[in-house]
Unconditional design. Structure first.
Length: 293
């Protein structure tokens, strides 16, 4: 496959990359994620972003929520343990003959607890393409952070934690929003809060309201409050996922800001993660899917 298009279509964002083999030719992004579209809107939305890239029939490999039940076409889930691209691609019916769209499968876990992922499996494929002998845990921070046990080129098991969504909800929809505006971050208070939540995760709910009181009574800054909140939530997450990262080789793949936070939190606990950029891993993962049926 020489010329093709990589598409990462999430809940809130559509990202498209024009590829020549494995070389990036162009990138585009739009705020037209799955949540804003009905099924019949996906094809015209994609064409509106990439129409001038299409000189003829062009392979388009897509991952993310585009393959959800509410997406363009539902892509099957592969059951772990399996390779990241554990089943064949789902072909999408299109009206425009220039589009040859296929969606990568998600992953599902039936036990020891029910879990699913869409999009992260592609980043995992990219991680294993970069580190083919990796045996350890991939941490994929985001709205729903994934902790993924990888061994012998397969996803063995995984765990999802809603830390990112909790942070967004607390800062945007609770009484704490009045004390947590802005986007500042201070690593010192963050690390202290991580340690506190790791040692006493049962106090999390009580610690949250302290952020409001500290603002009202002591003039605590929003940057301090956001740093402490982030530390408390990530610390509670690390307490819940301790078996995944303690004594393990860990790779973090996420956006620069979330990667920085998880890297600092894990380093404070004696773990030295390797960091791999999420966008690059997504492209590498989609490239591994080119030859799948």
């Amino acid at each position: 496959m020489s010329r093709w298009i990589a598409v990462d279509w999430g809940t809130s964002t559509l990202r498209a990359t024009l590829m020549q083999g494995e070389v990036v030719q162009d990138r585009r992004e739009a705020g037209t994620g799955m949540n804003s579209l009905t099924q019949e809107m996906f094809e015209p939305t994609l064409l509106g972003l990439i129409d001038d890239w299409l000189a003829g029939p062009t392979p388009v490999l897509a991952c993310g929520m585009v393959g959800a039940r509410q997406g363009w076409a539902e892509a099957r889930y592969a059951a772990v343990p399996c390779a990241p691209m554990g089943t064949g691609l789902t072909q999408v019916k299109t009206s425009d003959p220039r589009l040859d769209v296929r969606i990568v499968p998600g992953l599902k876990q039936l036990k020891p607890h029910a879990d699913v992922m869409r999009g992260e499996e592609t980043q995992i494929a990219g991680i294993l393409a970069t580190l083919p002998d990796f045996d350890g845990v991939a941490c994929l921070p985001g709205t729903h952070t994934k902790w993924v046990h990888l061994s012998a080129g397969e996803v063995v098991s995984f765990r999802t934690v809603m830390t990112g969504e909790l942070f967004a909800t607390i800062t945007g929809q609770t009484v704490l929003r009045h004390s947590l505006d802005g986007d500042g971050w201070d690593e010192g208070p963050f690390i202290d809060a991580v340690s506190d939540a790791l040692s006493r995760p049962e106090t999390l709910a009580a610690r949250l309201f302290e952020l409001r009181a500290a603002d009202l009574l002591h003039g605590q800054t929003a940057t301090m409050g956001r740093s402490v909140l982030s530390g408390l939530l990530i610390g509670a997450e690390l307490a819940a996922t301790r078996p995944w990262w303690l004594g393990r080789d860990v790779v973090i793949t996420g956006s620069p800001r979330t990667t920085q936070a998880y890297d600092a939190a894990l380093k404070s606990q004696g773990v030295a993660p390797r960091l791999l950029p999420a966008d690059e891993m997504t492209l590498k993962g989609l490239a591994t899917a080119k030859d799948l049926p």
